[in-house]
Design a protein around this ligand. Structure first.
Ligand code: GDP
Length: 298
């Protein structure tokens, strides 16, 4: 696709350049549905989801001549329908401190997301503590401290190479003693050795349950939306490593590949708690299905 056409939303691309004015009309036939499927697949929606969305669009309307605007609205409506059930903010419990374990591969945006969430919770009047559980990456610990400072939230650390579970235990003990509302625990994202990572995450859970058998109360998986279909396999992997309760999708700014969220919603039905829309502390938004669908269809 030429660059200019690519920068448009799905509908702009369907009608082609210079042909997407509100008066352009097209028949909803096999040809159009096929083109639409291809565009949806190219946006990383996945074949199954793309077929379902287009089939729903065609139901009861096949053969009709529709305007650009009508097609756009129909598509947005079908996408929003898939997304509505998964748009749920992270649940907050009366339990204090509520323990939030944050998992995901390195580079997905875990550190940034923890900083943004900490800042939001603090602004909402919550007392937040962060534990820098990726003790093997000194740079990750430093980054988290930078984010903690920005958010005005304490970050508990341990010497490089020390046991993350022991840090988590100390952090929960301290969070409890300080009367914190939320403890967010960062974790390592080395997928190179899954058995190790699985053991590390399992040990963190085991150890914090010695203090609170209901912890962790949330296990957030942070996914980079620009990795496209790869995000799907990350969900599969991390669900084997941890009891994932919800997703945060990062880097949704500046990607035309947001279709993977639709595939995720369709395939796993896991709640999407928030989306990352930039690198700044306020760039974390609740997931809004209608806004998302409108942006994707453009
Ligand atoms: P971690 O290794 O998973 O902890 O990832 P980081 O939090 O360090 O993020 C990796 C990179 O992605 C950094 O350069 C962040 O600034 C960037 N990043 C994180 N979230 C977003 C987002 O929502 N939008 C954009 N544009 N960049 C992001």
């Amino acid at each position: 696709l030429p660059e200019q056409a690519q920068s448009k939303g799905l509908i702009g691309r369907l009608f082609g350049r210079g042909d997407s004015g509100p008066v352009a009309r097209r028949t909803l036939d096999d040809d159009m549905l096929e083109q639409l499927e291809e565009l949806l697949i190219a946006s990383d929606m996945g074949v199954d989801t793309a077929l379902r969305v287009t089939a729903n669009m065609a139901e009861g309307r096949y053969g009709r001549k529709l305007s650009t605007q009508e097609i756009k609205q129909l598509l947005a409506q079908e996408i929003a329908r898939v997304m509505e059930p998964v748009a749920k903010p992270m649940p907050l419990y009366p339990k204090r401190p509520q323990v939030v374990l944050v998992v995901g591969v390195n580079g997905s945006g875990k550190t940034t997301t923890i900083g943004k969430l900490a800042s939001q919770f603090k602004a909402a009047g919550k007392k937040v503590v962060i534990a820098a559980g990726d003790t093997f990456r000194a740079a990750a610990v430093e980054q988290l401290q930078v984010w903690g400072d920005r958010a005005g939230v304490p970050v508990l650390t341990a010497p490089e190479g020390s046991d993350p579970a022991s840090l988590a235990f100390d952090a929960l003990t301290k969070a409890q003693a300080d009367g914190a509302d939320l403890l967010m625990i960062d974790t390592a994202g080395r997928l190179q050795n899954r058995a190790d990572l699985m053991e590390e995450l399992a040990k963190i859970v085991r150890v914090i349950r010695k203090i609170d058998e209901t912890a962790p109360h949330n296990t957030l998986l942070v996914l980079d939306a620009t990795t496209g279909q790869n995000a799907l396999s990350q969900v599969e992997t991390f669900r084997k490593l941890a009891d994932v309760s919800g997703l945060v999708m990062t880097k949704l700014d500046g990607t035309a590949k947001g279709g993977v969220l639709v595939a995720l919603a369709d395939k796993f039905g896991m709640p999407i708690h928030a989306i990352g829309v930039g690198e700044q502390i306020d760039d974390l938004a609740p997931f809004d299905p209608e806004e998302f669908a409108a942006a994707l269809t453009g």
